[in-house]
Design a protein around this ligand. Sequence first.
Ligand SMILES: O=C(O)CCC(=O)C(=O)O
Ligand SMILES: [Fe+2]
Length: 225
Amino acid sequence: MKDLSGARTGFARAGTPMKHHFDQPPEGFRILPGRLDRPAQEALLADIRAVVEAAPPYRPQMPRTGKPFSVRMTNCGALGWVSDRAGYRYQSVHPETGRPWPPMPQALMDLWRAVADFPHPPEACLVNLYDADAKLGLHRDEDEDEFAAPVVSVSLGDTCLFRLGGLARADRTRSLRLSSGDIVVLGGAARLAYHGVDRIYPGTSTLLPGGGRINLTLRRVTPAP
Ligand SMILES: O=C(O)CCC(=O)C(=O)O
Ligand SMILES: [Fe+2]
């Protein structure tokens, strides 16, 4: 059983007692709009193209039901997040090719260092590929063993409607649009906040020639030394 008590307490303090506090996002949620300018987005996209060449995107399946995700995924870094009938987990190899994930591009290591406020490097970068119809249901990122490190999330390509909730699935949610170059940090109490992607707005960015959206989530998986 993972210890979520610290984060829970933080949210209860920040989120429940007074009505006028209720609409505040959980403590530790940060959005950095336009953090990456167009040249930085293009450079990162070139890095991600190389990742996708080496580790082809595949469609994960929901645990138990085997229902396919609408989002295609791949990873870079020492560990990658995967999902199939056996469950959610991190592993060091691509589930279809059996090869190690490609290394994390230096630009992502640098970005983590600049925004994560955590003294150890990320170990995993999940690459989510959204076409116009893809979505990602409300969930928490909770398969890691280090919740002191934030999740750093980079948006590239078409704008999406992102939903942020609280620490309980039933908590009130708020919606925000994330555009190409925006960065979201889920740290502190927000590290275990529910979130998801409700829709993609096709034609809102010229970064990806075929349209769609790419999201990169950088995570620390194992306990920091
Ligand atoms: O695409 C996004 O903005 C969020 C992705 C996400 O929540 C995840 O991969 O766990
Ligand atoms: Fe997530």
